[in-house]
Ligand binder design. Structure first.
Ligand code: ADP
Ligand code: MG
Length: 347
């Protein structure tokens, strides 16, 4: 019977209980935090939402030992520090209507609670109204005075110490560092006015100074990409598509230079990828992969970002409209012309 299945022993006819808060957060963390880079992404999202102009990421052992994200944003008021660590506590939305047109990277109020349940976490923060900073420790809830300029530092140590199963899936420090760098790179491409720096084991490994979009793309993706790509700038219906697309002859064997953003949020979207791909269909053969960085701006009502806990996936109200806009914008940039309408990818 059922009791012979490993792990199923004695699970029959046990009473229903409400899970403790801590366990709920740990379960949520399973969805949101796959590896150190997931933490970096969440913390940088928060720094950007706080209006930071400069964000510094400090890592130890590829982020497994330590992740510190420092920003010069608006900070967290002393009275709200414990709330920042609470599940489903957020300053970013109030109503369902806000959710329909969310303009911030975060809104679920889950990240800090989730991370704090699977790692050691502390927040040090100071608002412009405070005489000094305060530090809160997530495990004890203790608050103590600290030294810091206006802004916030979130410190995460010993990720997955309590969940060895997850910890086992981590790769080498070098690989985890590469994923962390990629997470910062994705933000850096979309936020050229913000400065980013990444340190690993006390060594500066990447730095992008505040600049224009054009210069940021050059800084992050390199001169070779700039030389072998064309600018995209098109308004198609209610969509604006901006960025750069690689020339067909510069296509690569691997899909490792493909960045898509919807309203400033990095997404992995089949529809967008297919729209780009279809613009190249007559000029790119076999499995060669186009390079691109595309920023799609669309009125918030036409896209649902509350589809996936990590918000990496979005849902468009009119997918045909998005597909065609992307395809036309890319074709226009490459000066390719088509007559036939693109076929949508199967659902
Ligand atoms: P969310 O970003 O979805 O609101 P989080 O758990 O990531 O949820 O953060 C909870 C709250 O803590 C945020 O709504 C914000 O008010 C505050 N917060 C977190 N990080 C920062 C930061 N770097 N600067 C200022 N406020 C922050
Ligand atoms: Mg957040």
């Amino acid at each position: 019977g059922l009791s012979t299945i490993p792990g199923m022993t004695d699970t029959l006819r046990r009473p229903i209980r409400e899970l403790p808060d801590e366990l709920i957060s740990q379960i949520a963390a399973g969805e949101v935090v796959e590896r150190p880079a997931s933490v970096v992404r969440e913390l940088v999202d928060n720094a950007l939402d706080a209006g930071a102009r400069q964000i510094t990421v400090r890592l130890a052992a590829g982020g497994v030992r330590a992740i510190l994200v420092e920003d010069d944003g608006g900070g967290i008021a002393a009275a709200e520090l414990p709330l920042a660590l609470r599940r489903h506590a957020t300053s970013k939305i109030d109503t369902l209507q806000d959710l329909e047109q969310v303009g911030t990277m975060g809104f679920r109020g889950e990240a800090l609670a989730a991370i704090g349940s699977i790692a050691e976490l502390s927040i040090t923060s100071r608002t412009p109204d405070d005489g000094h900073a305060l530090r809160i420790d997530a495990r004890t809830g203790e608050i103590s005075p600290a030294a810091r300029a206006v802004g916030t530092t979130v410190e995460v140590r010993e990720l997955f110490f309590a969940t060895p199963a997850r910890r086992k899936f981590l790769k080498t420090d070098a690989t985890e560092l590469a994923h962390c760098l990629e997470a910062v790179r994705r933000h850096a491409l979309a936020r050229p006015a913000v400065g980013f720096a990444v340190w690993h084991e006390g060594r500066l490994v990447e730095q992008w100074r505040p600049t224009t979009l054009e210069q940021r793309l050059r800084d992050v993706l390199g001169l070779d990409f700039m030389a072998a790509s064309r600018e995209v700038l098109a308004q198609v219906g209610p969509l604006v598509v901006r960025g750069r697309v690689g020339l067909p002859e510069a296509a690569r064997a691997r899909a490792d230079l493909q960045y898509a953003y919807v309203n400033g949020r990095h997404v992995r979207d089949r529809l967008v990828a297919h729209g780009v791909r279809s613009a190249y269909e007559d000029v790119l053969h076999g499995s060669r992969q186009p390079s691109y960085v595309l920023f799609i701006d669309i009125t918030p009502e036409r896209v649902d970002v509350n589809v996936h806990p990590t918000k990496i996936e979005v849902r468009f109200r009119d997918s045909r409209e998005v597909h065609q806009a992307v395809r036309r914008a890319v074709e226009g940039a490459l000066a390719l012309s088509r007559t036939a309408d693109a076929a949508l990818p199967p659902d």
